[in-house]
Design a protein around this ligand. Structure first.
Ligand SMILES: Nc1ncnc2c1ncn2[C@@H]1O[C@H](COP(=O)(O)OP(=O)(O)OP(=O)(O)O)[C@@H](O)[C@H]1O
Ligand SMILES: O=C(O)[C@@H](O)C(=O)CO
Length: 420
């Protein structure tokens, strides 16, 4: 196995797995640290989906190291630590502490950090992260329910999370191609830096960075920086197989579960409501008071006509989210929503609902954990960063796990057309 990947949330894992599969690596995604008896033979890349983005830092480190050890046992030659293209984290972590621990694990003393994903509007310039041309701290990420991002300078953001010295490889070096990037890595390392933020404005930059960093024992970033790795690995191993993208979903009914409150998800929920999809809104305060919950939602679901998809959502505006958080606490409010959607998900296979779209990384983590799924095969791309997937063991399900801020406005409407 060329690449063993550790993703800090489930939708991020799917995003990375899609990138690697699309670029020619046979890729399997596991839900959590793979069991020793899971058959990973023949995979060029394995992506372990954790749910560690917002855990206490030490917990995230322990989970990531357990994943790294399992990937090492399965033969991974390089490690990739995948986090969000909007660098979702807090001053306590978890990007810095996990990167630091994985560096030590691989026995190396230098890596890069690059969340750029131009196809989804994320670019890095001068170490500053932009979302669709807007500095991160002015984008909707400033209001994220769990990891509000209020500083766009990633050198500063990451430096607050680690004792390792953070450097920068800026646009001028990146634009000059792989050799200039390699020289810049050497320069930054000689200056004592141990992690460098790397600028990238377009896919050509990402491919050049991939070539320059391919042999690092540890690479960290969004899925974008993985774009150039398969080609780099193919140079030394021309026999890499092509990926089967044919996709058949199990028979059954369709449902959308949305716990993301991002502006993209809010637009997608609105488009689904406008299109007349039967929908149930979960009110966070009512969930907390116990006046509604998974059981009520399942009663509603059973009463819906069979046929088209249905939608259950807790998605709310930033004002509504902050009012709820003021009363319940940020993490508690998040958990209440996640647990409710997970409780609903647990009952779905028995009700014949086998085709699911889930919106939100934390939400997807909670939902998929409830669904008894160990591993996913990657299917076709619905929108950049979001593929259809099919479970490889346990309940037979088609799953589209959508990162909060990904997907066009009609995502919830169009994704179904790709299923046979
Ligand atoms: N109405 C609400 N009030 C407060 N919190 C909510 C509400 N609805 C959902 N949440 C919580 O907000 C969090 C959303 O995080 P999630 O990771 O699922 O979405 P996201 O951050 O938009 O997606 P991604 O991580 O893929 O970018 C979850 O913990 C969820 O339970
Ligand atoms: O990188 C991204 O933006 C996504 O894959 C993600 O991690 C969302 O949770």
């Amino acid at each position: 196995m060329k690449l063993g990947c550790i993703a800090d949330d489930l939708t991020g894992a799917t995003d990375l797995a899609l990138m690697l599969a699309r670029e020619g690596l046979r890729t399997i995604q596991t839900i959590g640290v793979p069991r020793a008896d899971l058959d990973l033979a023949g995979a060029d890349a394995v992506v372990v989906a954790l749910k560690s983005r917002t855990n206490p830092a030490q917990e995230a480190v322990d989970l990531s190291l357990a994943a790294a050890k399992a990937l090492g046992r399965a033969g991974a030659q390089h490690l990739f630590f995948k986090y969000c293209s909007t660098f979702d984290s807090t001053d306590e972590g978890n990007i810095g502490p996990v990167a630091e621990a994985l560096l030590a694990f691989t026995g190396s003393d230098f890596t890069l950090a690059c969340p750029a994903f131009p196809a989804n509007g994320r670019t890095v310039y001068g170490g500053h992260l932009f979302v669709n041309g807007v500095p991160l701290h002015e984008s909707s990420m400033k209001d994220h329910p769990l990891t509000p991002m209020r500083d766009s300078n990633l050198v500063r953001v990451l430096q607050r999370q680690t004792k390792l010295s953070i450097g920068l490889v800026s646009y001028e070096d990146v634009d000059a191609g792989p050799d200039a990037i390699r020289s810049a890595f050497k320069r930054e390392k000689a200056a004592g830096h141990r992690i460098v933020i790397v600028d990238a404005l377009n896919d050509a930059h990402l491919r050049a960075i991939g070539l320059a960093a391919a042999e690092f024992p540890l690479i960290t970033g969004g899925s974008g920086v993985a774009m150039g790795l398969p080609a780099a690995y193919r140079q030394s191993e021309p026999s890499t197989r092509t990926v089967d993208t044919s996709f058949e979903a199990p028979a059954g009914r369709s449902i959308i579960l949305a716990g993301s409150c991002s502006s993209a998800t809010r637009g997608q929920v609105k488009a689904a409501l406008d299109a007349g999809i039967p929908a149930l809104r979960l009110d966070a305060m009512e969930l907390a008071a116990g006046t509604t919950g998974a059981r009520t939602a399942l009663d509603w679901l059973k009463a819906q006509p069979e046929g088209g998809p249905v939608l259950i959502y807790s998605t709310a505006t930033p004002e509504e989210v902050s009012a709820v958080q003021n009363r319940l606490g940020r993490m508690n409010a998040g958990e209440i929503g996640e647990n409710t959607l997970a409780g609903i998900a647990r009952a779905l296979p028995a009700l014949g609902l086998t085709r699911l779209i889930v919106a939100g990384g934390e939400t997807s983590g909670a939902v998929v954990n409830a669904l008894d799924v160990d591993a996913l095969a990657i299917g076709p791309e619905i929108d950049p960063g979001v593929p259809w997937t099919r479970s490889l063991a346990g309940n037979d399900l088609a799953l589209a796990l959508k990162s909060g801020n990904f997907g066009t406005q009609d995502f919830f409407l169009k994704a179904w057309n790709m299923l046979r």
